[in-house]
Design a protein around this ligand. Structure first.
Ligand code: PLP
Length: 427
């Protein structure tokens, strides 16, 4: 059967960005049956025993409680499960000295859904026919933003400036405020902090500056805090969540051990929350409640924030150190390689300046030596201008064993060295 698809049907059934690469990776792993690959591509968090135990304990408590039937046998409110909303409001009010009420919080089935609501409620064509842009102020950013708008031309990303420490082989992206434009044609702003794929954490000052640029036009700023404190607390540098009248602080419980339960959270102005809630009613009535019920317990008891700081953060921070130390030892000093500062999230981001081949070709060569990473060019959704840098980066996942990360980086160093050498010989 070959049904005719609508424009939207066509668009949404396409494999975009990293999904296309993931298909290639799955096929590589299947075709190479028996061959050992070091897979440094995954965005799926590892199962950490203490974190799994927390969710097991919360589940046992829920099963034994009178609330169980109410949670799984009945529909609930579109806004989310009341006790989870209350738990988050109490926790954030105490922790950050806020005055949140339950009207300031929406629970969604995963945070990806939240960006879909945001992109289409605030971006796209207005009833007057104007195109309202979805602005990504610092590209590269989360590849998942690439597919969220039903009006792809609405997505626009801005090239960053680069802070480069040549002798240390490190760099950091910063928003380029000389280019970033937020006007009455902007529908909303979205960025991740800490950032997937780069591990960048925009400073509090940079975030405030972006929010201040958006405020005069009543433009909501969605801060994707999927890796931020208080949970999963995957920041390796100091950062404070920033709140404000036009800021929606968006969280995910996926990297806190519950990706299978699909829990996203938006915190912000009641009017903005109401818009998103109505979108949600139309889309799915409400997110499933079992995950929300166990999350409410783990937040109320303080266990989630505690485990995030004591277990989740050091686990991935240590992986980054292994990766960084191996690259320092294995990469030739005279090559222009630059590792993005590891400020958070569960990835490392490597920039190979003047790389003689494309990131896709390098990805293929790395597969030949049994190492799978993700070519960086898939992480620039909305950035239309040509920029060689887009083909010079790799995302390396920290979700492997220390030994695999070390071996993977040694092989990567060798392949990279050969690539530059071959180009020098043929030049
Ligand atoms: C930056 C960022 N935002 C959002 C998501 C989506 O997360 P979820 O829908 O599981 O909450 C991810 C997933 O990897 C992510 O890395």
């Amino acid at each position: 059967m070959n049904p005719a698809l609508t424009q939207i049907g066509d668009q949404m059934s396409n494999l975009t960005g990293v999904r296309a690469i993931m298909k290639d990776i799955v096929e590589t792993l299947q075709a190479g049956a028996g061959r050992e690959f070091i897979n440094l591509s995954a965005g799926n968090p590892l199962i950490l025993p203490e974190v799994e135990q927390l969710w097991r304990d919360c589940t046992a408590e829920l099963l034994a409680s009178d609330e169980y039937g109410e949670v799984v046998c009945r529909y609930g409110s579109s806004q989310g499960y009341g006790p989870l909303i209350k738990a988050i409001a109490n926790d954030f009010n105490r922790r950050y000295n806020l005055k949140l009420s339950d009207r300031n919080i929406l629970i969604t089935p995963g945070s990806q859904t939240l960006y879909f609501y945001a992109a289409n409620a605030f971006g796209g064509y207005s009833s007057g026919g104007d195109l309202k842009q979805i602005v990504l102020p610092l590209s590269p950013d989360y590849t998942g933003y690439g597919g969220v708008s039903l009006v792809p031309e609405a997505l626009i990303a801005y090239k960053p400036t680069l802070d480069i420490d040549v002798s240390a082989h490190r760099f950091k992206y910063r928003p380029d405020f000389s280019q970033l434009t937020i006007t009455e044609n902007t529908g909303c702003v979205i960025f991740s902090r800490p950032c997937n794929p780069t591990g960048n954490v925009m400073t509090d000052e940079e975030v405030r500056k972006i929010a201040a640029l958006a405020a005069p036009y009543d433009v909501p700023v969605f801060i994707d805090s999927a890796y931020a404190p208080p949970f999963p607390a995957l920041n390796f540098t100091e950062m404070t969540p920033v709140f404000g009248s036009n800021i929606l602080h968006c969280m995910s419980l996926s990297k806190a051990g519950l990706p299978g339960e699909r829990i996203g959270v938006a915190i912000g102005d009641a009017k903005l929350i109401q818009v998103l809630e109505s979108f949600q009613t139309n889309m799915c009535i409400h997110p499933s409640r079992y995950g929300q019920a166990i999350a409410a317990q783990a937040i109320n008891s303080g266990a989630l924030a505690e485990i995030a700081e004591r277990v989740i953060r050091p686990f991935y921070q240590n992986k980054f150190t292994v990766l960084e130390n191996t690259l320092n030892a294995a990469m030739p000093q005279d090559l222009p390689w630059f590792l993005h500062r590891g400020e958070g999230a569960i990835f490392a981001w490597l920039w190979l300046k003047d790389l003689p081949i494309t990131d896709w070709e390098l990805y293929q060569q790395l597969k030949q030596v049994g190492v799978i990473v993700v070519p960086g060019s898939t992480f620039f959704p909305g950035l239309r201008e040509s920029w060689l840098h887009k083909q010079q980066c790799l995302r390396i996942s920290l979700t492997a064993s220390d030994a695999e990360i070390a071996t993977g980086m040694q092989r990567l160093a060798k392949v990279t060295e050969q690539v530059y050498q071959r180009a020098a010989v043929s030049a």
